[in-house]
Design a protein around this ligand. Structure first.
Ligand SMILES: N[C@@H](CCC(=O)N[C@@H](CS)C(=O)NCC(=O)O)C(=O)O
Length: 233
């Protein structure tokens, strides 16, 4: 059985999709990051980095096994179950796209959301830098998906799931246009194709029975951006 430490945000969403695709038995453990639950010692024991997602696999290779960071979890579960890894000949492509998403598309999208929606007004340099970098990563994906159904080889893989988690939130990353994917027709086609999978519908509902905090107040800002609040001497 898997305990799945979850908040309805892009990185946990990728893992929700893989868990649903694999049809695994899992228990959702809500971590309300807006209330600061990611900083509790009980959660830090699962992820010392204090971020979601994380899992505990009670049936891991050496007994109870923790895995943190969405890409690590995708690889761990895909390897354990021998599924969604693509063809062996495409392993170089698989890890390349996984790391492109983990170190590029994801972080730049996250910073674009932060500076456009959360940061104080007037930080034009940062807004521009992260918006442009997010757009640049979208364009890399767009060009790669020309004439392709999936990111790697001929089959749907964990690379598609990893990208899907972020592209699902394109309206927050690239706000302004009615359709944020209008400028990226290949991503739009690919996203529609992935989203038509039955597991996606189930992944989108993960955690919907939990009342996660929605308002962004002082508690939320202190929980999510503690570096803005230096500890008192
Ligand atoms: N590299 C990590 C990033 C995880 C991450 O940034 N998670 C966000 C939600 S998408 C989070 O936990 N935010 C709360 C916080 O930063 O305190 C991964 O891919 O899992």
């Amino acid at each position: 059985m898997i305990r799945f430490y979850f908040h309805p945000t892009p990185n946990p969403l990728k893992v929700a999709l893989l868990l649903e695709e694999l049809g695994l038995d899992y228990e959702v453990v809500p971590v309300d990051t807006s209330k600061g639950e990611q900083h509790l010692p009980s959660f830090r024991a699962v992820n010392p980095n204090g971020k979601v997602p994380a899992i505990v696999d009670t049936d891991g290779p050496g007994g109870e096994t923790r895995v943190f960071d969405s890409t690590a979890i995708l690889l761990y579960l895909a390897e354990k179950h021998g599924a969604f890894l693509g063809a062996e000949a495409d392993r170089g492509e698989l890890v390349s796209w996984l790391f492109f998403i983990a170190s590029g598309l994801g972080p730049f999208s996250g910073q674009a959301v932060h500076f456009q929606r959360m940061a104080p007004a007037g930080l034009d340099y940062a807004v521009n830098r992260y918006r442009r970098e997010a757009e640049r990563h979208y364009q890399v994906l767009e060009d790669h998906l020309a004439g392709r159904a999936f990111l790697v080889g001929e089959t749907y893989s964990i690379a598609d799931m990893a990208a899907w988690g972020w592209i699902e939130r394109a309206r927050f990353v690239l706000p302004g246009a009615d359709d944020p994917l209008a400028a990226y027709p290949n991503i739009k086609r690919w996203h529609a194709e992935v989203s038509a999978r039955p597991a996606v519908e189930r992944a989108r509902r993960v955690g919907s029975d939990h009342a996660f905090k929605r308002e962004i107040d002082e508690e939320t800002k202190r929980a999510l951006f503690p570096s803005n609040y230096p500890a008192q001497a």
